[in-house]
Design a protein around this ligand. Structure first.
Ligand code: FAD
Length: 594
């Protein structure tokens, strides 16, 4: 059945920022390695291309690694693994310079040095950017750099359907070539998953349609627990209806948020008082979890602005002046004009929160190794421990560089030590069984529509696993998801039964993965009986509870049953847990304020 095969030293699934950075690192570490790089879309269409605002890395003389560390740990509500954060912040600046050397056109100051901007939860200007098209330039830079290495063989538009695991070791993946629908077996002693996040578990989100949580689901199905899946980030400023992102860079440049009464309402949520530019404290530069929660409360209080696509608040850029808006935020200007019918030079942009980022994922150590021999993960699908309960904006692009590189180097070492041949034999046997469910789906005579199941998934996640959660809602979500998974198992019916460029088939396969990840999110949230970071409850557990819950959640798949949950310790090195404070409250407590 799977006659086509590719035997290599390293398989990387994902051609986004993390996958490309890992490929470059592995090829640099050992130019003799044969590296198969698979992606279900051509790499430049990966979601990284849509990143707008910036990538964090200490750059200014008045900044410090300790500052980046403290902001990240406080932003993550003390659920970060501090040993990994220390390593991360130390490695960021070098990665930014590396990108510069590879040709990334960072925005510059008048004297030619790279420019950095404010971002939410960062107490100083630390986010490197290329206007508001940072991800576009970053991904182009990485992509063109991969072309230098003949060892990197690209398999664009190959859909990875399953991981191949032999006797407790990852030994390859089973993919479908999208053009032909033919199964292809990729074998290697090391596999890196760099498949991105899972924002598409929700209806209102900023993510590309391909961000469906697949690497997470594949690892999970093979016994790797998923860590901290209850922590899902809402980005506070997206266009109502479409969820198109309006970058935090807008607020980093001095944009303000006002409610229906024209008031800068964030001062009412422990983020004020307002301070004049250029020394902004928290307010609009508070962390995303707090800003999204503040929106929700304003909406409950009837102080949001109604739009045809739902409630919104107003993001006002006008005080920046035309020249600065056009220089620093050209993409946003274009997006607001085209998709919201608003010219930000002359009117505020209506915005509201939408799902943006998955803090949890495949647990890895600081080298990107997952708890399965031969398996590595990097980028948004991984949980390295640096984001804790809430990621700070611009830490993700930095993460995929730092840990993409680490995973590439570690996987190259593993590939050299383990050798190719034994894994090729094992993978051949496993691939046949792995291809069977996907091929069987094409023959289903009965079953449900993909769209009906997906709509039901979105409805339950939006309603019950939202910005604010409660026990009854989370119980309901877990029950709904168990039922949806059962309906999916009973069968999905496709209109298109051919194998050639069958996007309906791919959507159905993606949905199976997303349902698994969504169940891990809901069940992990149900078990966290406290509020921390992006996991905020409006029931009896509305406070942080360090006594019981200063721990990671690990969700273990149990086939058709709900996941089994356990806790794991958080590594604290030098910052003991404190109450989170921003703005004036942080200053009063002796901190700097965000
Ligand atoms: C609109 C937007 C703006 C953002 N702006 C910023 C920002 O300014 N700063 C910041 O730090 N972060 C930002 N983020 C977050 C950040 O961009 C992402 O977390 C990051 O780019 C993810 O990179 P990645 O390489 O892990 O995954 P992605 O870039 O999502 O790439 C995933 C890759 O995996 C492949 N893949 C997935 N599943 C399969 C499969 N089954 N088979 C084969 N291939 C598969 C895809 O084809 C793709 O190549 C933003 C996110 C969004 C959505």
């Amino acid at each position: 059945m799977t006659e086509r095969s590719v035997d290599s030293d390293l398989v990387i699934v994902g051609g986004g920022g993390a996958g490309l950075r890992a490929a470059i690192a592995a090829a640099e570490a050992d130019p003799g390695l044969r590296i198969a790089l698979l992606s279900k879309v051509v790499p430049m269409r990966s979601h990284t291309v849509a990143a707008e605002g910036g990538a964090a890395g200490v750059a200014r003389a008045d900044d410090s690694l300790a500052g980046h560390f403290t902001d990240t740990v406080a932003g993550g509500d003390w659920l970060c693994d501090q040993d990994v954060v220390e390593r991360f912040v130390a490695a960021c600046p070098e990665e930014m310079v590396r990108l510069e050397q590879w040709g990334c056109p960072w925005s510059r100051q008048a004297d030619g040095r790279p420019q950095v901007r404010f971002f939410g939860g960062m107490t100083t200007q630390r986010s490197w950017y290329a206007a508001d098209k940072t991800g576009f330039h970053l991904l182009h830079t990485l992509f063109q750099t991969t072309l230098r290495y003949p060892g990197i063989e690209r398999y664009d538009e190959y859909y990875c359907a399953d991981l191949l695991v032999d006797d407790g070791e990852a030994c390859g993946v089973l993919a479908l070539e999208i053009a032909s629908g033919e199964p292809v077996r990729f074998s290697a002693p090391a596999v890196i998953l760099a498949t991105g996040g899972a924002g598409r578990a929700y209806g209102q989100n900023t993510n590309a349609g391909i961000v469906t949580g697949e690497g997470m689901a594949m690892a999970y199905a093979h016994g790797v627990p998923l860590r901290d899946m209850e922590f899902v980030q809402w980005h506070p400023t997206t266009l109502p209806g479409s969820g198109i992102l309006i970058t935090e860079g807008c607020r980093g440049e001095g944009g303000v948020l006002t409610n229906r009464e024209g008031r800068r309402y964030l001062q009412d949520y422990g983020l004020g008082p307002p301070e004049p530019w250029p020394r902004p404290k928290a307010m609009e530069l508070g962390p995303r979890d707090w800003l999204s929660q503040a929106f929700w409360r304003e909406d409950q209080a009837g102080r949001t602005v109604p739009t045809a696509q739902g409630a919104a608040v107003q993001l006002d850029l006008r005080q920046l002046g035309e020249a600065r808006i056009l220089e620093r935020l050209p993409l946003i200007t274009d997006v607001a004009r085209r998709f919201a019918g608003v010219d930000p030079l002359h009117a505020p942009i209506p915005v509201r929160p939408a799902v943006h980022y998955t803090m949890g994922g495949i647990p890895t150590d600081a080298e990107g190794a997952a708890p399965l021999a031969g398996l590595f993960a990097a980028g948004e699908c991984a949980s390295t421990g640096i984001h804790g309960a809430n990621r700070l904006g611009s830490n993700s692009l930095a993460e995929l560089l730092v840990f993409g590189r680490a995973a590439g180097e570690a996987a190259a070492r593993r590939a050299r030590e383990a050798g190719r041949r034994r894994h090729a034999r094992a993978a051949a046997q496993l691939a046949e069984a792995a291809a069977r469910p996907a091929l069987a789906m094409l023959r289903n005579e009965r079953g449900e529509r993909v769209a009906a199941l997906r709509d039901a998934l979105h409805a339950t996640m939006e309603r019950h696993v939202g910005i604010f959660r409660n026990q009854a809602g989370l119980e309901q979500a877990c029950a709904d998801l168990a039922e949806l998974r059962e309906r999916y198992r009973r069968g999905v019916r496709l209109d298109d039964r051919s194998r050639i460029y069958n996007t309906e088939w791919l959507s159905a396969l993606e949905l199976g993965h997303t349902l698994q990840v969504a169940e891990a999110m809901a069940c992990s949230a149900r078990a966290r009986l406290e509020s921390r970071g992006a996991h905020r409850r409006d029931d009896a557990y509305s406070e942080r509870d360090d006594e019981r819950f200063l721990v990671h959640t690990l969700a273990h798949a149990r086939g058709e049953a709900a996941p089994a949950l356990e806790h794991a310790p958080v590594t604290i090195t030098r910052a003991a847990p404190q109450r989170r404070a921003y703005g004036a409250a942080a200053e009063a407590a002796g901190g700097e304020g965000a």
